[in-house]
Design a protein around this ligand. Structure first.
Ligand code: GRF
Length: 212
């Protein structure tokens, strides 16, 4: 399954996808990595793997509609079957959403619909919850609002800081995201319309998927 990954940051989730592909536990092929930031470390990771990269920067004062069109055009040229937002810190506009309906997924560091936005771990800590986690969901025009595909739970510890909690959430992200991509690639998860089921005999309850 030809997959384009959109990134803004260090790319630990991108690395987890590459590692899962290497281990043959993720039946995806990353055909391109696209970023809004030229200094995203994730771009270096992609380059080191021989994967083409594109940068579509969005600076203060830039025309956001134009940026959305250029972004959609660059992604489309890579002919993805699936688009994965892995730490991509922008809200997508109509050109990509309408060009790839139901084919874009995102990973978020909280149990949505709780704590959407930029600081999921910090907000969970401030909210006093005892369990948080991560969510993989279909992307729509809102901020972390699309249909939920899968979640993994992470306990909040008494001495957690936002950084320690975020680090433990990321351990789960690195398991969950490649697994969801694999299940989309193999047809266990159908995205459009969304159909999610727990694979028969799956005893791993840290992957929480709703039964239909
Ligand atoms: C992850 O926590 C993801 O949930 C959020 O941004 C972070 C990206 O981390 N959307 P990385 O760049 O994959 O390390």
């Amino acid at each position: 399954m030809n997959t384009v990954v959109l990134v803004s940051g260090r790319g630990s989730n991108l690395k987890a996808i590459f590692d899962a592909i290497d281990q043959r536990s993720c039946a995806a092929k990353i055909v391109g990595v696209v970023s809004d930031r030229s200094n995203a470390a994730a771009l270096d990771l992609a380059t080191s793997r021989g994967v083409p990269t594109r940068v579509v920067p969005l600076r203060k004062g830039d025309d956001r509609n134009l940026w959305n069109e250029v972004l959609a055009s660059e992604v489309s040229k890579l002919e993805p079957e699936l688009i994965v937002l892995a730490g991509f810190m922008r809200v997508l506009g109509p050109p990509l959403l309408e060009g790839f309906p139901g084919r874009i997924i995102n990973v978020h560091p909280a149990l949505l619909p709780a704590f959407p936005g930029h600081s999921g771990a910090r907000d969970a800590l401030d909210g006093g919850v005892r369990i948080t986690g991560c969510t993989v969901h279909v992307v729509d025009s809102g901020v972390d609002t699309g249909p939920i595909i899968a979640q993994a739970a992470v306990p909040v510890l008494a001495d957690d800081t936002a950084d320690t909690l975020q680090a433990r959430i990321q351990v789960q992200e690195h398991r969950l995201l490649p697994r969801v991509i694999h299940e989309i690639a193999t047809g266990s998860i159908q995205l459009d319309p969304l159909r999610v089921g727990t694979p028969a005999g799956d005893e791993d309850r840290s992957l929480v998927v709703p039964e239909l």
